[in-house]
Design a protein around this ligand. Structure first.
Ligand code: CA
Length: 221
């Protein structure tokens, strides 16, 4: 289980890192909004612990941007701002839980466990993004409530994107997952499949679902 801790108070950050590591989590620390953005673009996390007062911006704004770009990692806000309005705002912006400072490490660990349990029961079975609802157990896709037929390959391809919304996925990684090898695949095959998915799911005039990142890969946005 990988946890991203966004906290600028070094002492507290290190204490959290130690506590969570001892509880068996893999921990990445970010001390500012920019570092947190980078960390989340590079890899996925099972949960994020987010402080609000950060040196280069507001954690709430960061959370709002993440949710708008489709990042769906569960987030626990840690903050000295414990006014009810702040809690409401945090939850409205997409936080899953809110822990006012000062807090006990034991309580944070308990809340993390609860969050990860909740996440595990829905995670991996139904993925949703911008009107798409991908049911991994039933192997069905609904788009704006309408069923869409996909071949097995198309389904596998879409699944990777739905598990990593907002993240740039390198071509080699996609090919490795969908065709089990980055090498056997004809260079154009991925593009052919991407244009099939696009023609099924994208509507002219709307913001495209998939973005081509030249020379790198694709992103579900
Ligand atoms: Ca702070």
């Amino acid at each position: 289980m990988k946890i991203l801790i966004v906290e600028d108070e070094r002492k507290l950050a290190l204490l959290l890192k130690q506590g969570l590591s001892e509880a068996g989590y893999g921990v990445t620390l970010a001390a500012a909004c920019a570092a947190a953005r980078d960390a989340l673009c590079e890899t996925s996390f099972d949960a994020i612990v987010l402080d609000l007062g950060l040196p280069d911006g507001d954690g709430l704004e960061l959370l709002r941007q993440w949710r708008r770009s489709g990042f769906n990692e569960p987030v626990i806000i840690l903050s000295a701002r414990d006014a009810v309005q702040d809690r409401i705002k945090g939850l409205d912006f997409g936080a899953d839980d809110y822990l006012p400072k000062p807090f006990s490490l034991q309580e944070l660990l308990a809340r993390l466990r609860s969050l990860l349990r909740r996440q595990a029961s829905v995670k991996d079975t139904v993925l949703e993004h911008r009107g798409m609802r991908l049911d991994l157990v039933g192997r069905t896709l609904h788009f704006n409530g309408q069923p869409v037929d996909l071949t097995n390959r198309e389904f596998a391809l879409l699944e990777i994107f739905m598990q990593n919304p907002g993240r740039i996925l390198p071509r080699t990684l996609i090919c490795e997952r969908v065709w089990s090898s980055p090498y056997d695949v004809d260079a154009n095959l991925l593009d052919v499949y991407m244009s099939k998915l696009r023609s099924r799911l994208e509507t002219e005039g709307d913001k495209p679902l998939f973005k081509t990142v030249r020379g790198v890969g694709y992103k579900l946005q």
